[in-house]
Design a protein around this ligand. Structure first.
Ligand code: IMP
Ligand code: MG
Length: 184
């Protein structure tokens, strides 16, 4: 029988517990609810990384809203962005009536979001803002400033709560730092 593999063996340390994540999301939900009073909020989740965050965040917002999803790919299997962003699944509604809030798991080089902002702004929505659960400001290469940030983190590769390495670890309920030997 093959030796059983435990996801937890690949985690160096826990960075945010389930409870800490819940507190962050609830704080962000309150801010967004306040800022979007009387607006026509469309939360756009950038899949797949933001799926867990999106599901929690939308329930922490008390104003009426719509949701939609986009799939963009830039990473492949590595831990660094390739810089080439591709829209794999696009929104298929006119955006003129909406106040867009892009929901991302993590802002790293910024290449993904700067490209996405350009594409979405060109479609003439009332407004576009960025909400990211995590931000690694040290690693920024493109000019992007998030409007809502859950937590700033140092330069380490993290997984869990939707964030993956090579498609795995998204189902961890907490966020942890991946052991470097896993992707070395
Ligand atoms: P950027 O274009 O470099 O800002 O890339 C952002 C995307 O890279 C995120 O949406 C994630 O999918 C991925 N990413 C960046 N850093 C991490 C990390 O530490 N863990 C998991 N995914 C990451
Ligand atoms: Mg990813």
């Amino acid at each position: 029988m093959a030796e059983e593999k435990n996801m937890l063996d690949d985690i160096q340390r826990e960075l945010f517990t389930k409870e800490e994540l819940a507190a962050i999301v609830s704080r962000m939900g309150r801010e967004i609810s306040w800022d979007y009073r009387g607006k026509n909020l469309l939360m756009v989740s950038v899949l797949k990384g933001s799926v867990v965050f999106m599901a929690d965040l939308m329930r922490a917002v008390t104003e009426p809203l719509s949701i939609d999803f986009m799939v963009v790919s830039s990473y492949g299997k590595g831990v660094k962005t390739s810089g080439v962003v591709k829209i794999v699944l696009d929104l298929n509604i006119p955006l003129e009536e909406y106040d867009l809030l892009i929901v991302e798991d993590i802002l790293d080089s910024g290449k993904t979001l700067s490209y996405l902002m350009e594409v979405l702004r060109a479609r003439g929505p009332k407004s576009v803002k960025i909400c990211t659960l995590f931000d690694k400001p040290e690693r920024r290469e493109a000019q992007v400033t998030p409007d809502y940030v859950g937590a700033r983190i140092p330069d380490a590769f993290i997984v869990g709560y939707g964030l993956d390495y090579a498609g795995k670890y998204r189902n961890l309920p907490f966020v942890g730092v991946l052991k470097p030997e896993v992707y070395a």
